[in-house]
Design a protein around this ligand. Sequence first.
Ligand code: GDP
Ligand code: MG
Length: 685
Amino acid sequence: MGEAALARMPKEKVVALAGNPNSGKTSIFNDLTGSRQHVGNWPGVTVEKKEGKAIYQEQILKIIDLPGTYSLGAYSEDELIARNFILFDHPDAVINVVDATNLERNLYLTLQLLEMGAKVVVALNMMDEAKKQGLDIKVDKLSSLLGVPIVPTVATRQEGIKELLAEAAKMVLKNPPSPLALNYGREIEGEINKLEALIGQDPFLTQRYPARWLAVKLLEGDERLQQELMENKKGSILAQLEKSRKALATVLGEEVEAVIAERRYGFINGIVKESVKRQKSLEERLTLSDRIDKIVTNRYLGLPVFLLLMWTVFQFTFKLGDPLVGVIEGAFESLNGVASNRLEAIGAPRLLISFLTDGIIGGLGSVLVFIPPIFLLFLAISILEDSGYMARAAYIMDRFMHALGLHGKSFLPLLIGFGCNVPGIMATRTLENRRDRLITILINPLMSCTARLPVYVLFAGAFFPAYQGWVIFSLYLLGVGLAILMGKLFKSVLFKGEVAPFVMELPPYRVPTLRGLFIHMWERGSCFVRKAGTIILGVVVLVWALSNLPPGVEYASPESFIGRIGSFLAPALAPAGFGTREAAAALIFGILAKEVVVGTLGVLYGVGEEGLSEVITQHFTPLSAYAFMVMTLIYVPCVATIAAIRRETNSWGWTAFAVGYSLVLGWVMAVLVFQMGRLIGTFLI
Ligand code: GDP
Ligand code: MG
């Protein structure tokens, strides 16, 4: 194509999708884009960015799925992403997906979009539900009151999607409207005007923001924007802001932001009253959802129901997953056998055979065995989420999690961690708040996953046969106790002063659709396979190399690098009572997967896993055995977990921190156990 032709090509038009979580955004996105979509991350953060293409007549529209938010403040990464995209990327249209069954809450976002001067088309979704609930929405009336085109849709049945696309394509060609100016009442308006006048004289600001919108946001106390003004030395505006907020606080006798929010809701209430008719008999209000909630969120029954469901999720995930894990393991073992036989037959070098079998196939196998439990778990979580139960679970657990300084939603990721830390860490995606999410990720490895169990079983069985159950239980408790301590510590030291308000919304229950469940499960699960896979494989190859170098040594023998590292590290473990080359090497291999600790000890002591409980009684004392179990519980998460932390925090810094703090904590705890134990022993004897 020539340059002239290129220049004549119309610029690609961008349509953003905005809406509350659970309003049906993903469903509409999928309806609009079909299979022409791909997923990445927003620059600099881990929030998923979905893009796709929709075609209307000859026109190609790039559809961008913004994170689901209730508001466009600066409280969460999601809100900031959505708001900055609209402010700075100037999409050619914004499709605002609105849940018709919950207009009051959803229109709050719509209002904010209009205040920003966005080119909004409303998709009034869940019309089927609205009808079922006896809501009669006069779409034309609502449209004229809001001043935007509105298209009723049922995303799950692809109803109204064509019309929606047509409206969006029309909107793309229009000029931006002037931002909606809500009347906030005499006093607030006075201060808005003062600020707006000052802002209006500043080309830097007016280029970036609609002046009135900025004034309102500043009065609302938006910290991001204040900080930006500070960084750009807008002293006079900040001084006026201070004055205005003080003046308003006195006149209104209430927080300014509360009054502003009240006004918005007042406006919305008015609109809804005008355009929606609803039957309000007692029976109507006691809808099925309410009746279910009577039991599910009941003060006494809520917790047992919750625990029962969680137990079911666990059973579902691990009971159903385990046989599948076995199948995959078996497949890889036979693949390994076949490959090494074939390679030997053609006379391949020993090192190459070992690289392909122990390294690549073994390494890939150790990653892929995670797939069944991960997908099953995410399927279970998707069911709980799409049905609306997850919101109730967060509500029920909120009280307990507050003791940890965390949010109710942090409970599930921690609980899942007892099965496996990898999906536990991935499940933190349901947390909107960055701080809560990071803390939940950081303490997740302290939840004793099932991979630690073989180590406990071996050592507790050999040294404390009569108290095996209690010893193992004590380790689980130790993990939980440390998680509580660390959670509190991180919160008070690392994330001082960051607080986000939280709305505990309880959406009505729904029967999830298969399509929705599959998409949600796939979205979450496939990330693990793609990203964690590459990192884990890299480390596996590295450990393999360390076990085989320098050239000519026997695999993982004392002369190999791994053996030498073991000998080198052993003295550091001596204060904890297990300063042997074998223990050190086992712990290093344990980073691959904690189960491996047992196997490695077997190899190093030359007995395999069968005679191991005999042999370890000669190399450990009951005290050093307990210290070793404590170390296994706490020190460095396994590679898969490290990869998951890296993927979910999108930061090598936090990943290094997670590894570093757990290593230090593990060592300190093991040493403490051993030394205290010795002290107590000396006094008692
Ligand atoms: P998102 O959170 O905004 O991405 O919303 P989703 O697209 O994931 O939808 C949330 C739930 O609502 C899913 O279970 C969907 O199947 C369901 N859903 C979406 N649109 C409709 C609709 O128009 N009618 C009904 N009854 N359910 C819908
Ligand atoms: Mg979604």
